[in-house]
Design a protein around this ligand. Sequence first.
Ligand code: GAL
Length: 672
Amino acid sequence: MDWPGRTGGLYYGGDYNPEQWPEEVWEEDVALMRRAGVNLVSVGVFSWARLEPLPGVHDFGWLDRVLDLLHEGGIAVNLATPTASPPPWFGLAHPDALTVTADGTRLSHGSRDTYCVHAPAYRDACLRIADALAERYFDHPALAMWHVHNEYGTVCHCDHAADAFRVWLRERHGTLKALNDAWTTSFWSQHYSAWEQITPPRATQYLPNPSQVLDFRRFVSDAMLDHFRDQKAVLRDITPDIPVTTNFVLGDWVPVNHRHWADEVDVVAIDHYPSADPPAETAFAADLARGWASGKPWLLMEQAVVTYTGPRMVAKRPGEITRLSLSHVARGSRGAMFFQWRASRGGAELWHGGMVPHAGPDSRIFEEICELGALLPTLVDACAAPVEAGAAILVDSEANWALQAPGLPSSEIAYTDAVRQAHRVLYRHGVTADLVHPSADLSAYPLVLVPALYLVSDADAGNLRRYVADGGTLVVSYLSGVADEHARVRLGGYPGALRDLLGIRVEEFHPLPPDVALTLSAPDAPDALNAPDDPDVPDDHTATFPGPRGETGTFWSEHVHLEGAEALAVYTGPHASGTPLDGQPAITRHSHGSGTALYVSTRLSDDAYARLLGLTPAPVELVRRGDWFFAVNHGDEEQKVEGVTLPPGGFAVRTHDDLDLDRSASRPREWH
Ligand code: GAL
């Protein structure tokens, strides 16, 4: 597949919803798109009711005119199948195809995404509209890509879902005996004696079965992927050369295992809406997308001109749209796309902004959109080589899902926070990280971080063992290796799957209340540390761990026994005293083959984490690609990076020859 063949370079544009506007606006749209340098728009994402106003009755006239206009303007089209929002007539005709929530409520039409991917009527209607679109536009010269559906994520608990779940379970477990065993149904009289007795995890009296919940999440991801595959097959059949994608939504609620989906799309596409810390979150999202894509192209399909902070929608600061887009592109995105082209005047998302804001083109936003459109084509050479990563962080949706189960030893466990912290620490210290699955080939990475990887299969544990034996440095943190793939605890001491590799055995978990911080000190000098107020003790102790003032561990702690490892830090201080942790190892190091495996049994501060890894801070975002170097100053102060001065909010994309680069500046500590 020749992609991105239409522009040969980077894609720029956004969701274009002409159906929201009278036709006279369309010509202005195309003229403004040309002014802004737009070369791709996603059309028709939510236009089912306009394309099929009555069952089986199609109206393509308006879309013909839109596609022709765009093509005349030199703008390629990412044509969507509109299946994320069935029209009102559909739900009335097929009430059984509307979503049922876990508590049994059947949702009504009135928003979007109200469908059940397991309902035959919905599946058929989706295939019919996808087929009609492909038959109509297969040879339209504007057609550059197919955008199936939008942000898969609707979970349904209806009887169709129950039937499909049972079929999926039979395939996964083979026999009821195996399922009963995997789900530990001997607990609370949950033993199943017939497949028909099994349901999705619907609302129930008290804690649900965690293995059932985990399998249901796996099933939902697979079932939605099936829905995507069906449409892809129709499109592929009619337009074999047009790439097919769907846009991944990010978030802990998302019931999609993106890694599996990435194998099925021709282009990995993500939507990214950062909130609290846009630069770090952007780097994280981009590195995730690159990991899923694993060598194939990926594209930032949606971002906004505003930041959704939760309670507020805040206009992006001057230059921020460009900086965040640049960060995505530096990290591998084949362009920068937005939701949406023109801000809506009504409808549910009228305040979600647009490349053309309510104020119109005479606005700061549109000016910045035009500047970004002019910048992107100049970056094509800099994007030719792959992104260079100095470390990998292991991520797994299934570990995340298992750690979202109720009934864990702490209700405050947040898998994504642990992964994001690991990423943030590397990011702030100029180390680009690949976010990859535990089964990935790790041999190229000098450093691999393993945050809270609760579920680990035997095969993946073997992969980590091999990586270390061959000379790698692995840093595993608390709550890793605890459970098997059915979310059952591995017995004999935590972190079961990784015990031998780490040379430790954890006897007990001690989750900590928010106001407790345990002191961590060097095992041979527990008394030397506690000098928090001593002015003679320097602040900068990047070279040593624990630093001369000691470190602290929060949130989590464990009673660790050494079984071959040595302690790098032990728990001390008033909160440890009188507990089984007093003087016990908190951070350990174990040699295995020609590599080293560290274990961190508590949550470190970002600074302490960086000190453990031996990193030095990088004042700006840095990404290297072959001969090219991207530097983005997201801060409010001028920064100097190896010969370039970056003003507040400034950036540089240069070749190494232009710079006096010290390529070893941010290399992690070597342990052996
Ligand atoms: C995305 C979605 C778009 C739009 C956007 C609003 O998640 O795909 O359709 O809702 O959010 O910012």
